[in-house]
Design a binder for this molecule. Structure first.
Ligand code: HDE
Length: 716
């Protein structure tokens, strides 16, 4: 790895992180000792049919390595995907922080970002209802800085002490290891029903934020409040935000469950393909800055990770851009072996006393020791700092750095006192000084006791369709809970957030609503009364636009996948025209036909289908075009293709997607559920619509017409 000594004020080149790759092209096979292998087909035997020989060191090396290929998966966030990229600071934050990667305007810093689900194993589906991890490693010239965040700005619990309990509750139950990657089961909801502090996060986790359309269409949050320290030693509190340029979008729950079967790698593939196609995912980076003096000005505690700072109270200032522009060369070496830690800091950024964050500071190094197996995990290429490491640590499993000389202690004279401590002016890290004076005590701050105001704020801020989805998610999850008392307790908690929500859910999950008339009736006798004292309190901010996906960016179709359904006889002119319009907007067109055989168009052109009606499903597309052409439409409705064609159209319709019926496709339109529409639907385009191509593009950019879901909700 190149030493960055001379890189002081220039941008760090992404290639510097690439030095450890090998390219096998044109090379001969070797053993791990570099010996060229002459026969990679047969083991060494005594006679052609005879026993294999123990001395076959080539076979033994190959099989031993294979036997040890697996490493323990992450205990949480096991399923994930990552990519390389670059972070650029567009507006200096020098006023608040001395961190160089944030304070030198225009500076670019290489990053690796890993997205993940939390509960499932490494092989589980991407579309589980779950929080998504959003972890970023910034390879800065001052050392690696890790921002290990999520796509939801708050967390389930307030204190690290409860994390193993939370995770044990959500993971598969210990007796039968069921269910995989799902919170819809007894133990999760049992725990939640007893943890009023989780109710705000439950609102987010039951919302569509937990079933994103794409990793590229999620927000990222640092979650905890952090500190910025400037070069004068002045401190500001800071909350970190990443806002996707493509907008924040989700799929429908019915879609999520179907994608899990059709393509359980949906998010992994989506990220990979977007980057391969040059549609680099981008986020605006923003900060909410809070002066030290304002620490106690909010109606919640800044140290409480179950609370967010409403953007109406402290606006998010957009100051940078995160772009992912390179897929990993090797999933295991990079995405699997990357080791994040909220304690990987640079000067100018520091922690707060958030008791959840404080616990994390212990956990992440500890977990790497068992997952990666050695305290030398920082030497794995993806984890290396671009700075050369100089310290007196030595030895350990798989040590790679070869430090010269006799000295591995400090102070010393034999090594001329080196390596020596860095002064602050030379970038030496110092923790922000803070007066700490208190009783040694196992307790929680009184400032943490209001568990419902921000849950209300979130619920109040949702659009009607979002509220419906949230209600349905709760109904789905609680319907899987087999113990009635757990369902009752959860409904009791919901009642503190919104009575109507509680009643709706109660009705569907068989909870006796009379219990809701006594707000405390369904709370266990041993619950902390302090947590119950403010159920009626209204949040200061009554609703917040930033919390609803309705208000997200809806002006781009970049990288959206549009399925063109066609058969022989398709109108080539129309197909080419719409395809080029969509591609101009950087959308991706994929052809679906009755089979994978080339489709012959009316003018003799042929189109190569990427999918057949049976190899994919509408849930894998953002929008559909039923291509113009009488013969094509008739072929799509022949005995063979009709069930597939109608399922495609009806499902896309049910999931509120844009559908464009090209010329002479009335047969399909009339046989589908779309025909039953009783109103004007802006996402159904026909060749007679005004500016049909333009209207289609607009409808795709709008993502979905969720507000018409009730009308569109015919069985697919
Ligand atoms: Fe983590 N978390 N976490 N976490 N977390 C891990 O570290 C832990 C928490 C988050 O893509 C583990 O390397 C504790 C909050 C992400 O590699 C582990 C507590 C947030 C990732 C761990 C928390 C996160 C992890 C598992 C409470 C959002 C995936 C493997 C005190 C701000 C990073 C690993 C990646 C991973 C512990 C709470 C985000 C076991 C003890 C809050 C995105 O160390």
């Amino acid at each position: 790895m190149k030493n960055s000594k001379n890189e002081k004020s220039t941008n760090i080149k992404v290639d510097q992180l690439q030095d450890h790759t090998t390219d096998n092209s044109g090379e001969m096979l070797t053993t791990n000792q570099g010996l060229k292998i002459n026969n990679n087909q047969d083991s060494l035997k005594s006679g052609e049919r005879g026993p294999s020989l123990l001395e076959d060191f080539i076979l033994r090396e190959k099989i031993t390595h294979f036997d040890h290929e697996r490493i323990p998966e992450r205990i949480v966030h096991a399923r994930g995907s990552g990519a390389h990229g670059v972070f650029k600071i567009n507006k200096s934050l020098a006023k608040y922080t001395k961190a160089k990667f944030l304070s030198e305007e225009g500076k670019e810093t290489p990053v690796f970002v890993r997205f993940s689900t939390v509960a499932g194993s490494a092989g589980s589906t991407d579309l589980a209802r779950d929080v998504r991890g959003f972890a970023i490693k910034f390879y800065t010239e001052e050392g690696n800085y890790d921002l290990v965040g999520n796509n939801i700005p708050v967390f389930f619990i307030q204190d690290a002490m409860k994390f193993p309990d939370l995770i044990h509750a959500v993971k598969p139950e210990p007796d039968n290891a069921i269910p995989q990657a799902a919170s819809a089961h007894d133990t999760f909801w049992d725990f939640i029903s007893l943890m009023p502090e989780s109710m705000h996060m439950i609102m987010w986790a039951m919302s569509d934020r937990a079933i994103p359309r794409s990793y590229r269409m999620m927000e990222g949050f640092g979650v905890h409040t952090f500190k910025f320290i400037n070069d004068k030693g002045k401190m500001h509190f800071v909350k970190f935000h990443f806002k996707p340029k493509l907008g924040v979008h989700s799929v429908a729950w019915d879609e999520a469950t179907k994608i899990s079967g059709k393509d359980s790698d949906f998010h992994r593939r989506d990220l990979w393909e977007a980057i391969e196609n040059g549609a680099f995912p981008e986020w605006d980076f923003g900060v909410q800055i809070i002066p030290e003096e304002d620490e106690h000005k909010f109606d919640f505690d800044l140290l409480d990770p179950t609370k967010l700072v409403p953007e109406e109270e402290v606006p998010v200032e957009l100051v940078g851009t995160l772009t992912l522009n390179r897929n990993p060369d090797n999933f295991f070496a990079e995405t699997e072996q990357i080791a994040f830690h909220p304690g990987h800091l640079v000067p100018g950024i520091d922690f707060t006393n958030d008791p959840l964050l404080q616990g994390r500071l212990f956990s992440y190094t500890d977990t790497q020791l068992s997952r990666l197996g050695s305290p030398n995990f920082h030497e794995i290429p993806i984890n290396r700092s671009i700075n050369t490491i100089h310290n007196n640590q030595r030895d350990g499993h798989m040590r790679q750095q070869v430090v010269k000389g006799k000295v591995s202690y400090e102070p010393n004279t034999i090594g001329g006192g080196c390596p020596f401590q860095a002064m602050m002016k030379d970038g030496g890290f110092t923790s922000q000084e803070e007066r700490v004076d208190g009783q040694k005590i196992r307790a929680r701050s009184q400032g943490f006791v209001d568990h419902y105001s921000q849950a209300k704020l979130f619920y109040n801020s949702q659009s009607e369709p979002e509220k419906t989805h949230l209600q349905n998610a709760l109904i789905f999850e609680l319907s899987k809970v087999t113990i009635p008392a757990i369902r009752e307790r959860v409904v009791g908690q919901l009642n503190f957030i919104n009575k109507e929500l509680a009643l709706l859910v109660a009705k569907k999950v068989g909870v006796d609503v009379t219990k809701l008339q006594q707000p405390n009736g369904s709370i266990p006798a041993d619950a902390d009364p302090k947590t119950l004292q403010s159920p009626e309190k209204e949040p200061l901010t009554k609703s917040s636009d930033a919390l609803s996906m309705k208000n997200t960016v809806k002006d781009t179709i970049k990288s959206r996948v549009i399925g063109f359904i066609m058969e022989n006889g398709v109108n080539a002119k129309d197909v080419k025209k719409l395809k080029s319009e969509l591609e101009k907007e950087e959308a991706v067109v994929q052809i679906i036909a009755g089979s994978l055989a080339p489709v012959k168009a009316d003018d003799g052109t042929t189109f190569e289908p990427k999918h057949s009606l049976t190899s994919t499903a509408s849930v894998c597309f953002d929008a559909l075009y039923l291509c113009s052409g009488k013969n094509s439409a008739e072929n799509l409705m022949n005995e063979d293709n009709k069930p597939g064609t109608l399922l495609f159209v009806n499902e896309a319709y049910k999931h509120c997607k844009a559908i464009y019926f090209g010329k002479e496709t009335d047969g399909i339109y009339n046989a589908s559920n779309v025909k039953s529409k009783k109103h004007e639907d802006p996402a159904i385009i026909t060749s007679e619509s005004n500016n049909s191509d333009e209207s289609f593009i607009k409808a795709i950019a709008n993502h979905r017409v969720w507000e018409l879901e009730k009308d569109r909700n015919n069985p697919a």
